[in-house]
Design a protein around this ligand. Structure first.
Ligand code: HEM
Length: 558
């Protein structure tokens, strides 16, 4: 064969091979550590993620800890074939900086996923556009502290009381044996967020109590709604490792279960919206703006939109046709249910395993709310109990309920001195559970450096609060003030559990109120006694959230 043909052939094979690799193999971002073996296969990190998941039923924290192995607080993962690498930022300080101060370079990620499929018109599924801002503005007042105190708190309080009654019933039947309470939290949290959003009761904890007392299964509308809501958590798994996310979504939307749950959910929303609209049509007589009739977040928004139409002389809009309103209401339910339920499950586990902290918390609550009965709702939400605040912060830190929060770079930028091209998905660690590898100050962003200087120049890992991070210790959230008094310090550590910045958790105030009420009523009503090791695993099952695999309690009246 002629030499030029041979050379040409070799060149063509080389070219094809390079092209094939470019098209099908992971393309690491220069300078950012990654797993070499993963980069050498089309499926990237998927096999190692799958095996980690198989062994531990979670992957975000264990894979994130690779940063320790690399000695770098930033690394990259090849999560989906044929797509760009994910950049993992495992440094709480730089994560907070991206969330709080770098909104011009990073926006909420809207990669095709569970929200984009299930509730595409809700705020969580959208980039931060002018439309998003206007939609957020419409809902802003539903998280106003006065609205929460006046309208929402009593609903959460009722749900928390129902939970304590359910546990009284469980305790009577249990003969001192441990009982699985994971679904109790799921029911109580859905009871709470459902009434806070729609003003109607689902009475899930009450239905459970009836079942515990009679030993018979019952079927209620509330239980149907619970299964519908739970379905979204299961959906999250469908995207993990999807070769082609758009195809996964297409297939899912044709799944009979998906269709069934969608129908149930749509029917229920239609009914609720039409009932509320009819109620306000009778109430809005033009003499006042009707604020006193609000019973929940939906009422506030619906009444205002009806009032605006009335004032403009336009026909009252049909709320069932308002896709943005429907999806935002559902977002309240989905984002506000499992998150609080999961965090509360971790809370009781930390209490069970830290009896001293539990006693301190109960004593602090009893000192704040003296007397034989539980505090009334007004008293409960207006009294500051520093040890309760510290326990909540520590629970959020240790539980890592939402393990990461994701941003997309909107422009070519840098993190830790590494180039991050526009359109890269950046996964930010939400908890301070270990010390990240150290880097020199000059590779941090200017805003990160300025923030350190402003806060006194001490790096967080050298603070007393940041020692023994694997231990549950509410005390780390206290500092001494000028007079030498111990005071609660919410800034003792970086707390990214709710994300942050413009796109941080919208329901944070509601969530904190709910944690406050649920924790106070349950801790004042019961002692959480130690449970045997075989029911005391701290392993998590990671779906959309990190949920404890086991959540058993041995209760005793406090
Ligand atoms: C302990 C409970 C909760 C935790 C740990 C939690 C955590 C989070 C996190 C990590 C995010 C992403 C933030 C980001 O990307 O920066 C988020 C978003 C969100 N959360 Fe929560 N959440 C909780 C409770 C709630 C509740 C009760 C609601 C009720 C309405 C809620 C509504 C939302 C909404 C609407 C968003 C989307 C915000 C946006 O995209 O702009 N969350 N939450």
């Amino acid at each position: 064969m002629e030499l030029p043909f041979v050379i040409g052939g070799i060149f063509a094979v080389f070219l094809l091979r390079t092209l094939f690799k470019r098209l099908f193999y992971p393309q690491p971002l220069p300078g950012i550590p990654y797993d070499k073996e993963s980069a050498g296969r089309i499926t990237g990190d998927l096999p190692s993620i799958a095996s980690t998941y198989k062994e531990l039923t979670e992957f975000t924290f264990p894979i994130g800890r690779r940063s320790l192995k690399y000695g770098s607080p930033i690394h990259q993962l090849f999560m989906n074939p044929f797509s760009k690498p994910y950049v993992m930022i495992d440094d709480p300080r730089e994560a907070a900086d991206v969330l709080l101060r770098r909104n011009k370079e990073f926006d909420k990620s809207v990669a095709a996923g569970v929200w984009q499929t299930f509730i595409p018109y809700s705020t969580i599924a959208q980039r931060t556009t002018p439309e998003w801002k206007s939609q957020r503005k419409t809902w802003q007042d539903s998280m106003n502290p006065d609205f929460l105190r006046r309208v929402v708190a009593k609903h959460i309080y009722t749900a928390a009381k129902d939970l304590t009654k359910l546990w009284e019933a469980r305790n009577l039947k249990s003969n001192g044996q441990p009982v699985d309470v994971s679904s109790d939290f799921s029911y109580a949290a859905l009871d709470a967020i459902w009434t806070a959003t729609f003003g109607e009761q689902l009475d899930l904890a009450k239905a459970q109590m009836q079942m515990v007392e009679t030993g018979k299964k019952i079927k209620t509308r509330g239980l149907d709604m619970h299964s519908t809501v739970q379905y979204i958590n299961e959906l999250a798994n469908a995207w993990r490792g999807a070769l082609w996310p758009a195809w996964t979504r297409w297939r899912m939307m044709r799944n009979p279960n998906y269709i069934k749950y969608m129908e149930v959910k749509d029917k229920e929303i239609d009914r609720i919206l039409l009932d509320a609209s009819a109620r306000f049509q009778k109430l809005l007589d033009g003499t006042s703006d009707g604020e006193e009739h609000d019973t929940c977040a939906m009422d506030l928004i619906l009444r205002r939109s009806m009032l605006a139409a009335q004032k403009a002389g336009k026909p009252i809009p049909d709320p069932t046709k308002d896709q943005r309103m429907r999806d935002e209401l559902l977002l309240f339910i989905y984002a506000g249910h499992d998150t609080t339920s999961t965090t509360l499950q971790w809370f009781v586990k930390y209490m069970t395993n830290n009896q001293e902290a539990q006693t301190k918390l109960r004593n602090a609550l009893k000192a704040a709310f003296p007397g034989d009965s539980l505090p009334e709702v007004e008293d409960l939400i207006s009294t500051d109990v520093p040890y309760l605040n510290a326990t909540i912060e520590e629970t959020l830190r240790c539980s890592g309920t939402a393990a990461r929060t994701i941003r997309t770079s909107t422009t070519d930028t840098e993190v830790f001195g590494h180039k991050i091209p526009a359109g890269t998905e950046v996964a930010l660690v939400t908890t301070s559970q270990w010390h990240p590898p150290q880097v020199s100050e000059d590779v941090r962003s200017p805003s990160s450096r300025a923030a350190l200087e402003k806060s006194g120049g001490i790096h967080w890992t050298s603070k007393p609060a940041a020692q023994n991070l694997d231990q549950f210790a509410p005390e780390r959230w206290f500092r001494l003030d000028e007079e030498g008094n111990e005071v609660f310090d919410s800034g003792a550590l970086f707390q990214n559990a709710f994300g942050g910045g413009t796109r941080g958790c919208f329901g944070r105030r509601l969530a904190m109120m709910e944690l406050r009420i649920m924790i106070t009523l349950t801790t004042m009503s019961f002692k959480f006694l130690p449970v045997p090791p075989e029911l005391n695993s701290f392993q998590a099952t990671e779906q959309l959230l990190r949920t404890p695999r086991q959540c058993y309690l041995r209760l005793e009246a406090a």
